[in-house]
Design a protein around this ligand. Structure first.
Ligand SMILES: [Fe+2]
Ligand SMILES: [Fe+2]
Length: 257
């Protein structure tokens, strides 16, 4: 049996969320998607609220993953404990709210989804993701497993891909908001893309008004980041999994304007 899993990149701002609500079900139909994981860490530009998480689940996400902006909207904390359908990086300190991986039902039976965060050019306080993932794999056992690795460095994401190759169904990167053109099946059968991009305004710097980003890089005083105006795009990837082997047979990059 085949399982088709859609991963959607960081949803940015009100307009990104609206674009997701408008297009996600159509994309799922078009690609015959059975299960969908959406990164939601930027629905409030930085962070997300419980209402925004609910909206993403209503729009057709089966699971929401997060990243370095998990804690920017603190009202999400109880939601992370209460909802089984949202994950925060598993290598955050275990005492923090929420969970980093879970098991979810699909037409092909249970699958595991895990969220990890990288440390290169990012916060150094999370645990080593390469060590934490060993324990997750042990706990998950022989279920198909899908991982959103939220990280800045392409090297860290590629190294994780090769580290887990053959032992997980697929791994994709999030966080940079720029999709990479390297969707592939790694030598031992794991589906992989270094970064799947974002769901947000096309004319923007990572979803934010270009002038705000330019001011930051010019060393000027900056205002609170605002989502750029204008049309959005949805970026993601569809991983087709052979449920017998739990490995990937096809990876397709997805862009919906
Ligand atoms: Fe992001
Ligand atoms: Fe991020």
């Amino acid at each position: 049996m085949e399982l088709r899993v859609l991963a959607v990149g960081d949803v940015v701002g009100v307009s990104g969320l609206k674009h997701l609500e408008k297009h996600l079900r159509g994309v799922k139909r078009l690609y015959g998607v059975d299960f969908c994981v959406v990164n939601g860490e930027n629905a409030s530009v930085v962070g997300l609220t419980p209402q925004q998480a609910d909206a993403m689940l209503d729009a057709g996400a089966d699971v929401i993953t997060l990243g370095n902006h998990t804690w920017n909207r603190r009202e999400i904390c109880p939601y992370l404990d209460d909802s089984a359908y949202i994950l925060r990086p598993a290598n955050f300190q275990p005492s923090l709210p929420g969970r980093g991986w879970g098991v979810f039902e699909t037409k092909a039976g249970p699958v595991a989804v895990a969220n990890l965060i990288g440390r290169c050019s990012m916060d150094f306080s999370p645990d080593n993701p390469f060590r934490v993932v060993d324990k997750i794999l042990k706990d998950v056992g022989d279920l198909p497993i899908f991982i959103d690795f939220h990280a800045e460095a392409t090297s860290e994401k590629l190294a994780m891909g090769y580290y887990l190759d053959g032992n997980i169904s697929a791994l994709w990167g999030t966080h940079t908001h720029v999709p990479t053109a390297d969707e592939q099946i790694l030598p031992h059968g794991t589906g992989y893309q270094t970064d799947i991009g974002m769901t947000g305004p096309v004319v923007s710097v990572l979803g934010v008004k270009p002038e705000q980003s330019i001011a930051l890089f010019r060393g000027e005083l900056t205002s609170r980041y605002e989502t750029a105006p204008g049309p959005c795009k949805l970026c993601g990837a569809v991983f087709t999994i052979d449920t017998k082997t739990r490995l990937c047979t096809k990876v397709e990059r997805v862009t919906v304007l």
